[in-house]
Design a protein around this ligand. Sequence first.
Ligand code: NAD
Length: 254
Amino acid sequence: MAGTLQGKVALVTGAGMGLGRASALAFAREGSKVVVADIDVENGQKTVDMIKKAGGEAAFVRTDVSKAKDVEAMVEKTVATYGGLDCAHNNVGIEELPEPLTEGTEETWDRIVDIDLKGIWLCLKYEIIYMEKHGGGSIVNTSSIAGLIGAPLQAMYTACKYGVNGLTRSAAGDYAKAGIRVNAVCPAGMHGTGFFNRMLAVQPGMAEAVKEMVPLGRDSAPEEVAEAVIWLCSDSASYITGIIMPVDGGFTIT
Ligand SMILES: NC(=O)c1ccc[n+]([C@@H]2O[C@H](COP(=O)([O-])OP(=O)(O)OC[C@H]3O[C@@H](n4cnc5c(N)ncnc54)[C@H](O)[C@@H]3O)[C@@H](O)[C@H]2O)c1
């Protein structure tokens, strides 16, 4: 049976591990050719190997999403390798380890904003430049529940994720007529990700606290969030653009 994204070309950033890897594998399972973009060459190549082992098609492009030249080249290489770009999952985001706002440094701000906010803008920019001239496409940005609440002790990260939501909605409105849909997913805690593990290392009680706070009573697998990304990119979501979709087990209900 053909997949829901058969024959499409999909680009996933931060696909060397965590949600990006789960998303890249899911795009491949659904029949897409996948470009795996990451700053980490070894892990990115591992994702490509996993896709190939499962019978899919994938290529790695080393990219730092905070650098315009890299992001422009990432889109160019995608088109050069697979002849187009239909779907993009702009997923890279780094965590802010919990700290009072008053103790944050300019260095931390610059690093987080460069990667988590500017990185999403750069990806949108170069993907849209291509998609606008080539009949449209579908883009999903990874935001967070931190973009829907005020995440305690993570003001910089929270600010970036609200910014990702803003970029998503502005881009969705501006490029709908060009046939480009732009949406965002907002995960809560995803176990097994580098991000979650690093947060756990400094907040050992976090796993239990998440279970308490999430109505469904557990954290998620990154694969559960990847399914929402795939659905948003598919024709099943053809009338959906500009949504900021919680994939959070109900965390943001109250
Ligand atoms: N893990 C969670 O619990 C959680 C919760 C809510 C939202 N999120 C969001 O989900 C997204 C993915 O997070 P994850 O948990 O899979 O993270 P992760 O740490 O497991 O993986 C992130 C990947 O991004 C890559 N990366 C980092 N900086 C990069 C850069 N400058 N350019 C290119 N690649 C870079 C890393 O090498 C890594 O492969 C992020 O946007 C994060 O904010 C995560």
